[in-house]
Design a protein around this ligand. Structure first.
Ligand code: C2G
Length: 151
C-alpha cells in the first residue's frame, strides 16, 4: 500500500494537471493532494481564477485523486507526509531539487511536466482573444459611425 503525496494550486484545471495526477496515481495505490489555499497563493504571489473550494472540488472529481487537503504554508509538508503515511513525494520537474530535504522521511521524485500547457498560457490566450474581440467591436463601431456621418 504505497501512498503518493503531491502539492499544487491546480488553477483552471487542465490536461497538464490530469496527466500528472494520472502518472502519480500509477506510482502507488493511493494519491493524496495538498491544494494551495487562496491565502497561501497570496503568499506565493499567485493570483488564481478559481477560489480554493472550486479547485478542491475539481481535484476531488478527478478519478486519479483519493484525497485533497489544504496546503496553507511551505512548512506543513513534513507533518502531512507523516499524517498520510506517504512513501512517495512527487512533483513536476519545475520544482526539481526544491524538496530534497524531505528525503529523510519519504522518497522524493520530480517527473517531467506535461508540455505545451499551463494555467499561464491559458490566461494569456484568453486575454489575447478578448483584445482581438475588443478590436473587432471598435472596427465595427468606426464603420457604423462612418456610415452614419456619410448620410
Ligand atoms: N504541472 C505539470 N504539467 C503542466 C502544469 C503543471 O506537470 N503542464 C504540475 C506542476 O509541475 C506541479 C503540479 O502540476 O507539480 C501543480 O502545478 P501548479 O498548480 O502550478 O502548482 P504550484 O503553484 O507550482 O504549487 O508547495 C508546492 C506548491 O504548492 C506547488
Amino acid at each position: 500500500m504505497k501512498t503518493v503525496i503531491t502539492y499544487g494550486t491546480f488553477d483552471l484545471f487542465h490536461v497538464g494537471h490530469v496527466k500528472l495526477l494520472q502518472r502519480l496515481s500509477d506510482m502507488g495505490s493511493k494519491l493524496v493532494v495538498g491544494c494551495s489555499t487562496d491565502s497561501f497563493n497570496q503568499l506565493k504571489g499567485k493570483r488564481t481564477v478559481y477560489p480554493y473550494q472550486q479547485r478542491k472540488l475539481l481535484l476531488e472529481s478527478c478519478r486519479y485523486v483519493d484525497k485533497v487537503f489544504p496546503e496553507e504554508n511551505w512548512e506543513q509538508k513534513r507533518e502531512d507526509i507523516i499524517r498520510e503515511s506517504a512513501s512517495l513525494f512527487v512533483m513536476g520537474d519545475d520544482w526539481a531539487g526544491k524538496f530534497d530535504s524531505l528525503s529523510d522521511i519519504v522518497e522524493v521524485f520530480y517527473i517531467p511536466r506535461t508540455p505545451d500547457i499551463s494555467t499561464t498560457e491559458i490566461k494569456t490566450y484568453l486575454s489575447v482573444r478578448n483584445e482581438e474581440k475588443d478590436q473587432e467591436i471598435r472596427n465595427l463601431l468606426t464603420r457604423a459611425l462612418g456610415l452614419m456621418e456619410s448620410k
